[in-house]
Ligand binder design. Sequence first.
Ligand SMILES: NC(=O)c1ccc[n+]([C@@H]2O[C@H](COP(=O)([O-])OP(=O)(O)OC[C@H]3O[C@@H](n4cnc5c(N)ncnc54)[C@H](OP(=O)(O)O)[C@@H]3O)[C@@H](O)[C@H]2O)c1
Length: 342
Amino acid sequence: MDAERNTDSPWVDPATIPQRKLYTGATMPAVGLGTFGSDHVTPAQVAEAVKGAAAVGYRHFDCASVYGNERDVGASLEAIQEGGVRREDLWVTSKVWNDRHNDVVASCRQSLADLRLNYLDLYLVHWPFPNFHPPHCDVTSRSPDAKPYIHADYMKTWRQMEELVDMGLARHIGTSNMTIPKLKLVLCDARIKPAVNEMELHPHFQQPEFFQFVVENGIQPIGYCPIGSPGRPERDRTPEDTAPTEDPVIVEIARRHGVHPAAICIKWAVQRGQTPIPFSVNPRNYFANLQAAAVDPLTEEEMGEIAKVDRNCRLIKGQVFLWKDGQTWEDLWDVNGEITPP
Ligand SMILES: NC(=O)c1ccc[n+]([C@@H]2O[C@H](COP(=O)([O-])OP(=O)(O)OC[C@H]3O[C@@H](n4cnc5c(N)ncnc54)[C@H](OP(=O)(O)O)[C@@H]3O)[C@@H](O)[C@H]2O)c1
């Protein structure tokens, strides 16, 4: 592909993108493209962005069956490989949705078929709650079958995740939307330890304690909503939410570097040690996000300034996963340091 490149097109050499080393020794590009269309970007637009992103140098793609676009993304992944990018140079993640916790192998096989791949680099348990709710449902919607986190049940799911590694269907497995007490239990009981934990991370939600716990346990943190998810669905918005790209400190640092505040969020994420997976279908924006990871790093002083703007502002609260009346979304996140009792 590189040989066929039009040298006038924007391009970041993938060799210049920082890499994360996983405990298995494998490497993962330290920035990836998100593929959740937030209910308003069509599968075709996302698939086009995946192709365009690979052409400018992206090699890491964050997918999930619930995003409803893996078949379209799969056609792009095939085209990218036909264009000369080797499979081993791509990093593709997918995730098992909440209604398939008892059917992980079949769910993974479906994602593999849709993505037109023989194996995934990473397969995640998308949420630790095995609750079905219909796509696009309102935050007030509750499933009558909703269940809290039950560790024994999660481990039954995790055993199937481990089987995927044994079968060669996934090179790595990981967790998502976890908390310290939940992850502690999984670390005690896992035969194959999670290689990655995907979590919300941006300058207004830095999760310092959880971030440190993940890193200290040899797990790579992947950060979702890295620029504060300005396009997230209405159901994921509350009046108290703040926007990191509007933070005066971020805006001022962006002015200094001559880039959009989004690029500062990406630089901060990569330099702090997490792997951001910004979503964009705009070629100028996804190129800028990739370039942000590769050139013109922030100074130590700027990193220090951003560390101070944390507002503990969780954007993806997960209200639809609440399992009984009278709860608040904080109950999903074990804010007292203990798993919220059933
Ligand atoms: N594990 C989980 O439970 C979970 C949860 C949420 C998200 N995720 C993953 O994380 C990915 C990223 O999260 P997200 O999509 O919610 O939020 P995000 O990446 O923080 O924000 C995406 C939004 O920012 C805009 N944008 C991107 N780059 C920009 C730039 N350089 N300048 C200005 N605007 C820019 C995009 O619009 P344009 O398209 O117009 O550029 C889009 O509306 C998802 O796509 C998904 O893969 C995982």
